[in-house]
Design a binder for this molecule. Structure first.
Ligand code: ZN
Length: 261
């Protein structure tokens, strides 16, 4: 099994030809995460192993790739639930990833269900695959499906879980993987009311990486048009040289014709 602590991003996304093969429009998020990690995280093992990693570790690696690709911070914007004042906070990727590094790696969390003891393990990418492939009647109750998959001790029983158990499960899963769906508290500067916003880090990182891919496509477009190179020829040029050619095209478009000194 892969040891997540030994894995590190090995390059930014949106710089290599194979980055154009990722279909952000129609691929499900767990598969997108694996596709990005497969390209941008150094590992000596088969890609299938990336699915074995905990969801939180996969997300941390994805955020590491996004950071290397240029994403420095995430802005969270919300309206105060009392006076509707607009609030904004910026979370740096460095701080988010440092917090993940420092967090303990507990394999289990106990859920307080007022009676039956229920112990859940950390979800992995393989669990996400299993949830995708579950029967439609099971997917109709996503929390129940999740709990039945992750329970190592105790049985939540059939049927929908009571609301108090769902809330307890949410807290337990959050304690196992604080990076997945973290809550961000914003204090209103006008009335000091605290508003809590749930942040979908995975969606934000994938959205940023999709933009990196579009930027690479734009590079191909401008260079192919200017120099009549094929897509393949453009992508064979290293990223730093592509940037230099693009700067020259921009300079020409501004009418400046000068030689480097
Ligand atoms: Zn307020």
């Amino acid at each position: 099994m892969l040891d997540a602590s030994l894995l590190r991003p090995s390059r930014p996304f949106g710089t290599a030809p194979t980055d154009l093969d990722v279909d952000f429009e129609t691929t499900a998020p767990p598969q997108l995460v694996t596709e990005v990690l497969h390209r941008c995280v150094h590992h000596d093992q088969a890609p299938a192993d990336l699915w074995e990693l905990a969801v939180g570790d996969r997300l941390a690696l994805l955020l590491g790739v996004a950071r290397w690709s240029g994403l420095a911070a995430l802005d969270v914007v919300a309206r105060c639930r009392e006076c509707h004042e607009l609030m904004e906070v910026s979370l740096s990727l460095d701080e988010i990833l440092d917090a993940h590094e420092r967090a303990g790696r507990s394999p289990h969390a106990d859920v307080d269900t007022h009676g039956a003891a229920l112990r859940l393990r950390r979800p992995s990418g393989l669990d996400q695959l299993a949830w995708q492939r579950a029967e439609s009647h099971e997917r109709a109750d996503p929390i129940g499906l999740m709990v039945r998959t992750l329970a190592v001790t105790g049985d939540p029983g059939p049927g929908p879980l009571p609301e108090t158990t769902v809330a307890a499960v949410d807290r337990a899963l959050n304690s196992l993987d604080p990076l997945v769906d973290p809550d961000v508290s914003l204090v209103c500067p006008g009335c000091a009311t605290v508003t809590v916003e749930r942040l979908d880090l995975q969606a934000r990182a994938l959205d940023y990486l999709h933009r990196c891919q579009r930027a690479l496509l734009h590079q191909v477009h401008f260079l192919a048009r200017a120099y009549h190179w094929s897509e393949e020829e453009v992508l064979r040029i290293p990223a730093w040289r592509r940037s230099r050619y693009l700067a020259l095209i921009e300079r020409d478009a501004e009418g400046a014709m000068s030689w480097p000194t």
